[in-house]
Design a protein around this ligand. Structure first.
Ligand code: GAL
Length: 567
């Protein structure tokens, strides 16, 4: 891996805030002369050629598109990323190719990537199209070749680019993850089932839910509480509401029964919070929902927030959090701060949006005395592999959720295709199948006044699925240990391990799980059939039956989830 510096890079960039940042320079084959750098009126631009048969993956959690050749992406934080334009809960300025290299741009700006454009060099070659008048001929687009990638970075007068080389995408991504200090530490219980309860319930409802799992022998390791646990949630007070008169006793009730407890919150701090006044000098110059936006890039805000959480919350036995809303949105109800917002650390709104999740996660890790935990966060960015936080979304299209499982690992991110509720039993089970074979096994029933599968008469199937998860946990824990020491992600798109196999370049609905499982979930509401591809240079057996399965493309039909094991 080698860093190339162009112009005068900004100082407030992701690597500055990444505690485990560990750059070790090695020589790369990629020639520096490939890069063309220039300053512009609005920032700076870097151009470099990309191969005609190059495929481009990454840019963080991308729910709407898997491969990005020829596309334009703007890496803006957005809580409702409904179009394939690069916006995301967790955009990351890092891409990988099938050509043996990837590049990380160390910026917290909303950079724009044009992934394949022809330049006007004054010698435009003869067009292949044109000449005809039929509709087909008129609309035949000229094939593009000799294309370049153009990266525009607003505001900045320079940029550090890390070029990383490797034989497979898994090799390249592993090095990127090691650059940030390696994958996260995760306890076994964090990999078990997390069930988030209806926000309207008080102590009794929560205890009853815990009893339901134990009495019915359905595995569950973590109980999550949603906004209703606080006296005020939008903005947050971080104080138990009167529905929880004996909050500490309730937490003990749960921990005595071997549950871990996870609390929902966000960072926008209410005037009714005990830490509000102390945070005033260390907050941004805009309010969100009338709450302060603490500047977690200052040691002071971090300490005030973490100390309060340690004294009042984690000391009760809470060992996980759901850090919501830190992808704050301009587009849905405008609960955000502008890009021009100013923060005491010197960050502006644009940079703070890109770094918010990571800085918030660091603050909460301080409250947790560094874990152990596997928590949740709704915004992340660059160099985030060592934070034990899974991403999630309010969107719910099942195919998009499945695609998220395959795109997040290109950029050191963990993503859960959470189950919330369903219209039919089939939808319920299909969604749960994908959840069980993902990094964080999450049921988020926050708006469902009940247990979402109970009405569908499928408790036995759910028990079996969660027991399957229980069996997977030791294997997953080992995969996380490898993630920590080598950077190899525990879940990977097929193209990451099989980078030479062109069949994998568009497969956004199958993934490798741990070392040698291949998961091909059937999306909800699509029937019981799907096409599966098993890479041809490996041998496979059915995970559940042990029967050999021919590699290549084939059709499966099942009520269950197709899973294969590489032998
Ligand atoms: C959303 C979050 C949901 C749920 C809800 C509670 O922002 O994505 O999962 O926690 O808030 O208000």
């Amino acid at each position: 891996m080698k860093k190339f510096t162009f112009g005068n890079p900004e100082k407030l960039v992701p690597s500055k805030y990444c505690d485990g940042f560990n750059y070790i320079e090695t020589e790369v084959k990629y020639p520096e002369t490939n890069f063309k750098f220039k300053k512009t009126k609005s920032g700076c631009v870097l151009e470099f050629p990309i191969e005609d048969d190059c495929r481009i993956f990454g840019f963080g959690l991308q729910l709407k598109r898997f491969e990005h050749k020829y596309q334009k992406l703007k890496l803006a934080v957005n809580a409702d990323p409904v179009m394939p334009i690069g916006e995301s809960h967790a955009p990351v300025p890092f891409f990988v190719t099938n050509k043996g290299y990837g590049m990380f741009f160390d910026t917290a700006r909303y950079a724009e990537f044009y992934c394949g454009k022809m330049k006007n060099n004054g010698i435009n070659k003869e067009s292949k199209s044109g000449g005809g008048t039929s509709t087909d001929e008129l609309y035949a687009k000229r094939e593009e070749s000799d294309v370049i990638m153009t990266v525009s970075i607003p505001v900045a007068e320079g940029i550090d680019v890390y070029v990383i080389e490797g034989e497979t995408i898994t090799d390249i991504v592993s090095q990127y993850n090691m650059l940030s200090g390696g994958g996260c530490d995760v306890p076994e219980w964090g990999l078990g089932v997390m069930y988030r309860c209806f926000t309207g319930w008080g102590e009794d409802g929560i205890k009853k839910t815990a009893d339901y799992f134990r009495e019915n022998n359905i595995p569950c390791d973590i109980i999550g509480l949603e906004p209703g646990w606080q006296t005020g949630a939008y903005p947050c007070t971080y104080k138990p509401s009167d529905k929880f008169p004996n909050f500490a006793d309730m937490v003990k009730y749960l921990t005595d029964r071997n549950f871990h407890v996870n609390l929902w919150e966000h960072a926008f701090t209410s005037t009714k919070s005990e830490i509000h006044d102390d945070l005033i000098p260390y907050s941004g110059d805009y309010l969100v929902w009338g709450g302060l936006v603490p500047d977690f890039a200052t040691e002071e805000a971090k300490k005030i927030f973490a100390d309060y959480h340690r004294e009042k919350i984690t000391s009760l036995g809470i060992d996980g959090f759901k850090l919501d809303e830190c992808d704050s949105s301009d587009n849905t109800g405008s609960w955000s701060f502008p890009l021009c917002a100013e923060f005491p650390s010197g960050l502006d709104g644009e940079q703070y949006h890109s770094l918010f999740g990571m800085l918030y996660a660091k603050t909460i890790m301080q409250a947790l005395d560094n874990g152990p935990t596997l928590s949740q966060v709704r915004q992340m960015g660059a160099l985030a592999a060592s934070y034990p936080f899974g991403l999630y979304s309010d969107l719910y299209d099942h195919k998009d959720f499945i695609r998220g499982v395959t795109t997040a690992p290109f950029s050191g991110l963990l993503w859960s295709p959470e189950f919330r509720d369903a219209k039919t039993k089939d939808e319920c089970l299909r969604r749960l199948q994908a959840v069980v074979f993902s990094v964080q096994c999450l049921v988020n029933a926050w708006y469902y006044d009940g247990i979402p599968w109970v009405g569908f008469d499928c408790e036995d199937e759910v028990r079996e699925l969660f027991n399957t998860r229980k069996k997977l946990v030791p294997m997953l824990k080992k995969a996380f240990e490898e993630y920590k020491s080598t950077g190899k992600p525990p879940v990977r798109a097929l193209v990451m391990d099989y980078t030479d196999d062109a069949e994998t370049y568009n497969i956004d609905d199958e993934w490798l799980f741990c070392n040698d499982l291949l998961v091909a979930p059937i999306p909800a509401n699509t029937g019981d059939e799907r096409k599966v591809y098993l890479p041809t240079n490996s041998k496979w057996v059915d995970y559940f039956t042990g029967e050999p399965v021919e590699s290549g493309w084939f059709e499966v039909s099942t009520k269950g989830i197709p899973v294969y094991k590489r032998i």
